[in-house]
Design a protein around this ligand. Structure first.
Ligand SMILES: [Zn+2]
Length: 391
């Protein structure tokens, strides 16, 4: 009797757990602070309003995933500079506006926390704009005003490339001897002041440590890191050291965890490099097709799925980064910024937005309270948005 009953009880309690996890996930406001779907779509021309078989995001899958708020990254590489980068950013914003105009029943642009909450109640995806790279303001303060008018909610002070006024993590660590300055210049300090005054969040995911420290000294508002992981678990220049995590918590800000395998797993880069060397001719021809390295490497992994899956980290490794940060700085300062559609590899089991509920289930398994899960999934973002915008 006992032997028959035990497996039954186990299965029914597992089912109850899954139902509970899903209910908590669907009820919570889920915010993702970083996704590159819009910049990719400008090249691939896929319609994100329709269900897609490629990429990590579209409006149909976002709905089933319980995704409520997506900050779309507006991004261009360092081949764009003064005279071209601002125009390119605006083309991407036009493209997001067009997606919204084609799907008014599914998605709406929001600028404030009040607007966000209203839109979520209407069962639509609240879309926001994050400009990833200070080079898109082309050294002009008035371009910050213009981008803010179009909906910019955060500005990542640099992407991998430094600007004339702020140095990036890549340049501070790999090209320090070539830099004319390190950290924020006087103009950089004016940019920070302007962003604070306008209520545009400052994103410190890509800037170097000197820029980070200079910003933290003068910002009057809570900052964010829209897509970064913990340096203590993987010493990658794009991840944040413990003192940086603590400084963000002290400032009332939030760090949003990136899902990219290379930021989560310290063994990933070497294995990925070897794989790229092996597939170099294939990668080169894909770069010619897309004229974009990131898209080409994403496509290369899709084509060689079985092989590239072998060096994806387990989902538990991402959860370790989340748990590490929560233990170090508290659940009030941690969130999610997937970098979906911006990287070639994510942990096994995280293939698209439809897999977000797995993260909620894992946090519940670790004993996280519903209240803390609510904060991590979206509450912390709403708090920091309100603190910057004022409503
Ligand atoms: Zn990035």
């Amino acid at each position: 009797m006992k032997t028959l009953l035990l497996p039954f009880l186990l299965i029914s309690s597992l089912t109850a757990f899954a139902q509970n996890a899903n209910q908590i996930h669907q009820r919570a406001i889920l915010v993702d602070t970083h996704n590159d779907a819009i910049s990719n779509q400008l090249i691939t021309k896929v319609d994100l309003g329709k269900l897609q078989t490629t990429g990590n995001f579209d409006l149909i899958r976002a709905k089933t995933a319980g995704l409520d708020v997506q900050v779309f990254s507006i991004w261009c590489g360092d081949q764009y500079g003064n005279g071209t980068a601002y125009a390119y950013a605006n083309r991407e914003i036009d493209s997001l506006y067009a997606l919204i105009n084609r799907n008014p029943d599914k998605i709406k642009l929001v600028r404030t926390a009040a607007d966000l909450q209203k839109t979520v109640k209407q069962n639509k995806l609240a879309a926001m704009i994050g400009v990833e790279g200070g080079h898109m303001i082309e050294d002009r303060l008035d371009y910050i005003d213009s981008l803010k008018k179009r909906g910019m909610t955060y500005l990542t002070l640099t992407w991998n490339n430094s600007t004339s006024w702020a140095t990036s993590a890549r340049d501070e660590t790999l090209r320090a001897d070539t830099l004319k300055h390190k950290g924020l210049t006087d103009f950089g300090k004016q940019v920070v002041k302007k962003l604070n005054n306008l209520g545009v969040m400052i994103d410190l995911s890509h800037p170097g440590e000197q820029t980070f420290n200079d910003v933290m000294e003068i910002t009057t508002k809570p900052v964010i890191a829209s897509h970064s992981c913990a340096y203590a678990l993987n010493p990658h220049r794009r991840n944040l050291k413990d003192y940086q995590l603590k400084a963000i918590a002290k400032n009332g800000g939030v760090v949003f965890l990136n899902f990219y395998s290379g930021f989560i797993d310290s063994t990933y880069d070497a294995r990925h490099e070897a794989y790229l060397t092996k597939h170099k001719p294939e990668l080169d021809s894909l770069i010619k097709i897309y004229n974009d390295y990131d898209l080409a490497s994403i496509r290369l992994n899709v084509i060689n799925k079985q092989e590239s899956d072998q060096f994806r980290p387990p989902l538990s490794m991402l959860i370790k980064h989340i748990d590490y940060m929560v233990k170090l700085i508290g659940a009030d300062h941690v969130g999610i910024g997937s970098d979906f559609d911006g990287a070639e590899s994510y942990p096994l089991g995280l293939d698209s937005v439809t897999d977000y509920p797995k993260i909620t289930a894992e946090l519940l398994k670790l004993g996280y309270s519903e209240k803390d899960i609510d904060k991590i999934l979206g509450g912390n973002f709403i708090r920091v948005l309100k603190a910057n915008v004022g409503k």
